[in-house]
Ligand binder design. Structure first.
Ligand code: NAD
Ligand code: UD1
Length: 347
């Protein structure tokens, strides 16, 4: 697939890595993002790749719920990857209406505009949160869905929107149920941020970490490059109808284990603040990724043993004086590079 791909939420953590990979593989990319949690500097690498001339990048500032904006954004696209959402379980508990409006409402609009534009493929970033507290681990796609939070309910409703369009023969839809994604560029800056980014940022700054609950809750942490590979496969494999696929490693780790590795990387113990468990959360989660292996030929390649040190390096470098990432190309939290080239200015 070398044509134009629309990525909603492309200025975010996962989206920006996806865009880099798409550009590197020769696809042109258009982004729609309202920059609510996305950042300009996440796209620095993408602008640099586009400036090398292989593939083009366009960034449209806008809301995925905006019908006119999304209609314009669909023009000429071969496929849509829909990542824009309110991505935090905890935030959705505090603001259920806002979460549903963006996450579910945004998907209704994105799918509708994609169908009207005749776009043949739609990839949705769904979540393993749709399973709720699974009765059996690992969790296969055949497991019951029991959303425990407004976030999970909005993701499940989004999957339904995709499935309905696929069942009607309007497009091929792939709902990827990401497990807990981590890696460089994950924003640690809010109480809603992913736990690995929070632990690493605290460790780098020499500040205490916060643990909600007893720390024995477990997650299947999947490295962002693996998630990008799954999305690329979902775009490129010959698929029809609707598919729902887990994107996880098949291995689980609890927070105290993760913290142990972070402390090794930091070279010593971190101060721990214990807080009550948060509402709406699952206790344990671990993927059965067999279906993705079968349908996409995809398998996670990076375990926590490799992924955590790589992510640590990036956070440590980003906290350094120059703000450059570990290889000098990537820019971390707060470390913006120069403005985008004029020809790539946001539309
Ligand atoms: P992120 O917050 O970094 O990215 C979300 C992007 O969507 C941001 O750039 C944000 O500005 C944009 N956005 C939000 N509301 C918008 C709106 N109304 N209109 C346009 N753009 C909007 O989060 P992420 O971790 O990169 O998550 C990407 C997707 O993957 C989300 O759908 C999330 O629910 C899903 N997901 C993430 C994880 C994870 O562990 N990070 C796990 C499962 C699923
Ligand atoms: C994360 C994703 C969500 C995704 C889901 C899939 C983020 C922000 N959210 O939600 O988009 O759909 O995975 O499973 O990436 N915790 C602490 N201390 C902290 C932060 C968190 O103890 O400083 C705890 C939380 O209470 C939770 C666990 O760590 O028990 C994981 O939290 P978090 O990283 O927010 O992930 P999920 O809620 O699983």
């Amino acid at each position: 697939m070398d044509g134009l791909i629309l990525v909603t939420g492309g200025a975010g953590f996962i989206g920006s890595h996806l865009i880099d990979a798409l550009l590197l593989s020769g696809s042109d990319v258009r982004v729609v993002d309202d920059f609510s949690t996305g950042k300009d500097e996440n796209l620095d690498e993408a602008w640099a790749l586009a400036a090398q001339g292989g593939a083009g990048l366009q960034v449209m500032e806008g809301d995925v719920r905006d019908e006119v904006r999304m209609r314009d954004a669909m023009e000429g696209c071969e496929a849509v990857v829909h990542l824009a959402a309110v991505p935090s379980v905890a935030q959705s508990v505090e603001d259920p209406v806002g979460c549903d409006s963006v996450t579910h409402g945004g998907t209704v609009n994105a799918v509708r505009q994609a169908v009207e534009a005749g776009i043949p493929r739609f990839v949705l970033a769904s979540s393993c949160a749709v399973y709720g507290d699974a009765t059996q681990l690992p969790i296969a796609e055949t497991a019951a869905t029991r959303p425990l939070s407004p976030y999970a309910a909005a993701k499940l409703a989004s999957e339904e929107v995709c499935a309905d369009a696929a069942d009607a023969g309007q497009l091929a839809a792939v709902s990827l149920r990401f497990f807990n994604v981590y890696g460089p560029r994950q924003d640690p800056g809010s109480a809603y941020s992913g736990v690995i980014s929070r632990f690493l940022a605290a460790a780098v700054a020499g500040e205490p970490v916060t643990i909600f609950g007893d720390g024995r809750q477990s997650r299947d942490f999947v490295y962002v490059a693996d998630v990008v590979a799954a999305v690329l496969a979902a775009l490129r494999r010959p698929l029809s109808g609707g598919s729902v696929l887990n994107v996880g490693t098949g291995r689980g780790a609890d927070l105290l284990e993760v913290l142990g590795v972070v402390e090794q990387l930091a070279g010593g113990p971190l101060q721990r603040g214990m807080e009550p468990a948060r509402d709406g959360e699952v206790r344990h989660s671990r993927a059965d990724a067999g279906r993705a292996r079968w349908v996409l030929g995809w398998e996670a390649q990076v375990g926590l043993g490799d992924g955590l040190p790589r992510t640590w390096e990036w956070f440590a470098a980003a906290a350094g004086d120059d703000g450059d990432g570990p290889d000098g190309e990537d820019v971390g939290p707060g470390g913006g590079a120069g403005p985008a080239p004029a020809e790539h200015a946001r539309g």
